[in-house]
Ligand binder design. Structure first.
Ligand SMILES: [Mn+2]
Length: 431
């Protein structure tokens, strides 16, 4: 049995907007968070100790991270070199450089010949020696159209056809690797991709409309004892036999990951009888507070109560509240800032309730086809605050309507910004 630690989607250096500068270190606290959870993960690998570490891709937000971020990443992985734990670093979409091949941020580890480190930037099979014997790892980095297809080949093809051709090619290429496997040796497929069955958030399918996805059936081959995936940030097990697993990201990258548990996966790899367990890490909590104060008499009090009730300590908070414009004077931002001080960081996002969202005037509902000018008049009688300019508004509306009455005489260009719908409602159309 070979013990494997599988982690993915570190994205070190992202989400700085959710942090602040630590005055003691001069570093963004979110970078420190990412280092902390990665350290916990590497601690575990060394303490076990595991025989192999697999990283599923997306080390940084892009292929050219600043040197201090690269160093923070490297100084954790370096500990695996010292502990003589073989490690495979797979190239994800965020690690690839758009220019040419081999330019991924992780390729430096191969260039430097870091002992025990393998960089997976192409589809190939690596036979590695571990303390518990040999293991085969097929690396499948993020696949783009240009990886397997040439431009002339896809000229004039629909997106769906290109996708299918790409999947066919990938199937053939993968088959080529599979045929060369030693059936007696435990085998892992390490891939950075989106499967057609991956889910995120509230059971929504992430794959829909997101372009290139790989059918799960391509990955659930009996020759694999474990399929280690990267790319989707939500931890999920897509198949039990063989285990096909996204460990998810180690830290929350943004609020879309608010409700997701974060961690890595420990695998007991054995030919045909692999077991695994998800190990959570204490990632920084993200919390959205949604409050509708638009129907409240004391909006400030309601907001303060909502903040007091929520576990905001040390969390990244966003307070989103719905408010009517005339209530804004009743809310003192300084008091809100004070109330949110215990949070790690926070943003306050008031959302003005639009006039359009208000209930319709009953007078308007009664008559199905109201003359636009009369509709405006009815509306204006309900708006005391607009009384001063009522006459001007009506006159302006009158002029606009006259223009549209003459629309036959006008060029298309002249009438383009103004449209009269067939149901009689006049509306301005922004082009
Ligand atoms: Mn990715």
């Amino acid at each position: 049995m070979i013990k494997v630690l599988h982690l993915s989607d570190i994205h070190m250096g992202s989400g700085f907007a959710h942090g602040r500068i630590n005055p003691e270190t001069g570093l963004n606290t979110r970078l420190e968070d990412f280092v902390t959870t990665l350290r916990l993960c590497i601690d575990r690998a060394i303490k076990e100790p595991v025989d192999l570490v697999l990283f599923g891709g997306d080390a940084f937000p892009d292929a050219t991270p600043p040197p201090y971020v690269q160093e923070a990443f490297a100084s954790q992985f370096r500990r695996l070199v010292d502990a003589q734990i073989p490690t495979v670093l797979l190239v994800g979409n965020h690690d690839q450089h758009s220019q040419g091949q081999g330019g991924a941020s992780l390729c430096i580890y191969r260039t430097l010949g870091v002992p025990g480190f393998v960089v997976g930037d192409r589809l190939t099979t690596h036979r590695l020696e571990t303390r518990q014997g040999p293991v085969q790892v097929i690396t499948l980095p993020w696949v783009t159209r240009s990886t397997l297809l040439t431009r002339p080949e896809t000229e004039g093809m629909s997106l769906a056809d290109v996708s299918q051709l790409l999947i066919d090619r990938l199937g053939v290429a993968l088959e080529g690797e599979i045929r060369q496997l030693d059936p007696a040796v435990p085998t892992v497929l390490l891939a950075h991709l989106m499967t057609d069955t991956a889910r995120f958030g509230a059971e929504r399918f992430l794959a829909v409309g997101k372009g290139f996805t790989i059918p799960l059936a391509l990955l659930t081959r009996p020759c694999f004892d474990y399929v280690a995936l990267g790319h989707v940030h939500r931890h999920q097990v897509l198949c039990e036999s063989p285990p096909v697993v996204y460990p998810g990201s180690l830290e929350r990258v943004d609020f879309s990951e608010e409700d997701e548990e974060k961690g890595y996966v420990l695998v007991n790899l054995a030919r045909g009888e692999t077991t695994m367990a998800f190990c959570p890490v204490p990632a920084r909590p993200f919390r959205t507070l949604r409050v509708d104060v638009s129907t409240q008499d004391e909006p400030q009090e309601v907001l303060l109560k909502a903040i007091a009730k929520a576990p905001i300590a040390e969390a990244v908070i966003r307070l989103i509240y719905q408010v009517r414009s005339e209530q804004l004077d009743q809310i003192d931002n300084q008091v809100l800032h004070q109330a949110l001080k215990a949070a790690h960081s926070y943003t306050i996002q008031p959302e003005l309730i639009s006039q359009l969202a208000r209930p319709r005037l009953p007078e308007l509902a009664a008559e199905a086809s109201l003359d636009p000018l009369r509709a405006l008049q009815t509306y204006l009688t309900s708006r005391e605050d607009l009384q001063d300019i009522e006459a001007d508004l009506l006159e302006a509306a009158q002029q606009l309507l006259e223009v549209t009455d003459e629309e036959d005489a006008l060029t298309d260009e002249a009438i383009a910004p103004l449209a009269v719908r067939s149901d009689g409602n006049t509306q301005l159309r922004l082009l």
